[in-house]
Design a protein around this ligand. Structure first.
Ligand SMILES: [Zn+2]
Ligand SMILES: [Zn+2]
Length: 102
């Protein structure tokens, strides 16, 4: 399965940031510990993607392209990331949803 190409623009980034902030409000702060934060930063996920509720995923191989460098990426289910790790680090964004890291 190939994920449709994202129209990568300011609108997309704003939407992802809004979503990330909305999920962040629902997260129990006691879940956020020093060691979980290290894990989260290693994974390059924003708080919403790392601590947020699990998503309903479709078990199938999904392919998509990094929104920054267009690199081909493959995931084991429909919960795909939008950016490769390298670009996420360079841009200081969440590799999963492209919202700002905090
Ligand atoms: Zn990339
Ligand atoms: Zn995220």
């Amino acid at each position: 399965m190939r994920s449709p190409k994202i129209n990568f623009n300011d609108d997309f980034l704003k939407r992802q940031n809004d979503k990330s902030k909305a999920i962040l409000k629902t997260i129990d702060p006691s879940k956020i510990t020093e060691s979980s934060e290290i894990q989260r930063k290693n994974k390059n996920f924003c708080k919403a993607c790392f601590y947020g509720p699990p998503k309903i995923v479709l078990q199938a191989f999904w392919q998509c392209n990094c929104v920054y460098c267009d690199e081909d990426m493959t995931f084991a289910n429909s919960d795909i990331s939008h950016s490769c790790d390298k670009c996420a680090k360079e841009e200081s964004v969440c590799s999963h949803c492209c919202a700002d890291m905090d």
